[in-house]
Design a protein around this ligand. Sequence first.
Ligand SMILES: NC(=O)c1ccc[n+]([C@@H]2O[C@H](COP(=O)([O-])OP(=O)(O)OC[C@H]3O[C@@H](n4cnc5c(N)ncnc54)[C@H](O)[C@@H]3O)[C@@H](O)[C@H]2O)c1
Ligand SMILES: O=C/C=C/C=C(\O)C(=O)O
Length: 494
Amino acid sequence: MRDGLMTFTQEAMHFINGEFTPGTSGKTFDNISPVTGKKIGIVHEGLKPEVDAAVKAARAALHGPWGYMPMAERAELLHAVADEINRRFDDFLEAEILDTGKPKGLASHVDIPRGAANFKIFADLVKNVPTESFMLDTPDGFGALNYGVRKPKGVIAVISPWNLPLLLMTWKVGPALASGNTVVVKPSEETPLTTTLLGEVMNTVGIPKGVFNVVHGFGPDSAGAYLTAHPQVDAITFTGETRTGEIIMQSAAKGLRQVSMECGGKNAGIVFADADMDKAIEGTLRSAFANCGQVCLGTERVYVERPIFDEFVSRLKQGVEMMKLGPSEDPETSMGPLISQEHKEKVMSYYKLAVEEGATVVTGGGEPDMPDEYKGGAWVQPTIFTGLSENARCIKEEIFGPVCHIAPFDTEEEAIKLANDTEYGLATAIWTENLTKAHRVARQIDVGLAWVNSWFLRDLRTAFGGAKHSGIGREGGVHGLEFYSELTNVCVKL
Ligand SMILES: NC(=O)c1ccc[n+]([C@@H]2O[C@H](COP(=O)([O-])OP(=O)(O)OC[C@H]3O[C@@H](n4cnc5c(N)ncnc54)[C@H](O)[C@@H]3O)[C@@H](O)[C@H]2O)c1
Ligand SMILES: O=C/C=C/C=C(\O)C(=O)O
């Protein structure tokens, strides 16, 4: 690890107006390794003064070089941010796996590359996506020209979660900056490092000070709540639990701030008897267990057509029992720990509840026997349940761990009804080689994202987001630009 990174990971500071600062609260909290349970370093907690300073810097930057920078120059700078993330790939990789304990292979193929891609895609889109224009006929015959002009919304509050820290934070900062806004980011208290490291990149690349700011802390009575309540914040983009989103929306209501909400899910996988079984098994192993099951798009409910139910359960069990739990650096590791002891207690409480609710434990359901050096980590066994009723809490509530429940179905209509019987509406994965059926079923599932014979296959130009309790609005492609812009219609009488 580069020396500077070692120091940096031992003390995560705020990044305000182009400078790293411990702030004035004097409060810090420990950054704990999910792998060992040992302290990695400390994080400075930001309170109202730090949030005020960051929002003030962000607003000032809107009226400085960033505010009048031509779009093409802005886009070039964002490409340079992406290039610098790639140049410091190993530093971001080191920081991300320190914070999360996720397998190095996963972080190096998903999290870090997307950190760069999320800047490139929006730097290109903002230059190429048109607005609108209409010619209006008028009684005098000369007409009137209408055209749309996209302008930045202003100062954007970015509140991000701990499961894909760099990916999900840059998925917001990319389009926000591409659209000419400035941001104040409050990363999750569980994963401060890569967001802080991005501050170094912004300075290296020459993003004007105040454009990108980071304030660490928690939600209530801390940086998160102060930021979302700040009157000089023009819009809020949030990814996290639905109940947190509800609280933030209440805060946003004062001053009518727009919100973008990416929240929880209880996603269904639907496996038809005519599925390619190898694909369905491989895809379900990823969608239920990747990132230790800590992916909002993951399938915690799997519905399998009855003729292949037993074979599917047996093969998924086989795949789960071949998984190797271990530290990020071990190339053999297929699954790391959960993010924290607190989250482990939540997941373990659901493992216990499932059995109380009548589940059959096909595999897992407890804690793995880890080597002594990892015993303090947040390790749980990857788990498969069957036999629960559709009214069980473990079928209704998001667990957000390496666990899925498999149930049989007999008809297409039944599968659709089962999949839709949830308050969430984020994602689904449908496995069938009959593509007519795939198209028919996909559009009947009440979600924002439907994958067919695939999962987490991402085209960044497409709409991304959830329905029902899974969120409000869409990120990705032009949808990202729309949220981060104010559109003015200019009407010129000719
Ligand atoms: N839909 C998606 O794209 C998506 C993506 C990733 C995660 N998620 C969801 O996120 C959850 C896991 O992430 P999490 O545990 O970090 O979520 P969380 O809601 O606990 O926290 C998310 C962020 O909100 C902050 N926060 C908490 N309370 C706040 C408040 N009152 N005011 C302002 N900020 C506050 C936290 O500090 C953190 O930075 C799961 O429910 C998962 O489904 C959804
Ligand atoms: O855990 C949730 C994952 C979200 C993924 C994205 O927002 C994305 O791939 O753009």
